[in-house]
Design a binder for this molecule. Sequence first.
Ligand code: C5P
Length: 220
Amino acid sequence: FQPKSMAGKHVLLTAGPTFEPIDPVRGITNLSSGKMGYAIAEAAWEAGAHVTLISGPTALPAPYGVQCLHVQTAQQMHDAVMEAIGLQHQDAFIAVAAVADWRVANASSQKLKKNSGSDMPELKFAQNPDILTSVAALPDAPYCVGFAAESENLLVYGAAKRIKKNIPLLAGNIGHHTFGQDDNELILFDANGHHHLPRADKHTLATQLIAELAERLSQH
Ligand code: C5P
């Protein structure tokens, strides 16, 4: 009998895009499908962990066995993450969501009217909280894993992002065409350097990432 590698561990994840309203029927979002985050949540559950997934709007069913909470905005995602950490000590936090950097500061409570001519609405933006940085800065922070989707210079930007966010592990998506795809290719950055997880379907990569995480948690 081999105990599962994540047995008894609590893992919290974010996945999917966020949706930032402009008015009650319009908003700003991005092309994240949630597939990578959901696959990692599933792999963590398969490895024996208690898994909480805070998801932005996606078309995916909640993974079996995973406690899934749905939010729309980055602020709601931030608040749900902090609440989950307050309710239950989390061993690891994996930030996979493509969180909007900005929200619309002057969102309208009524649907904006299409006026003729030059009377265009003007959007003002405000900065959203960086959820991963906030969690990494908590006293007694969970083991934090971040993601990066860079369109160029991944080796340089990925290593720098891991240090800037002050996290032990960061997974870089190779290329920016991964959104919505069923496969992916990752580079893992840690304090010792980086290594490559070759192209595979997202579930295979998720299982490899969780195996890495389990190894690190056992030494943590
Ligand atoms: O800084 P950047 O957005 O490239 O960092 C990406 C990483 O940070 C991802 O792990 C993402 O989930 C997380 N993030 C976050 N909150 C934000 C922005 C990014 O948790 N507001």
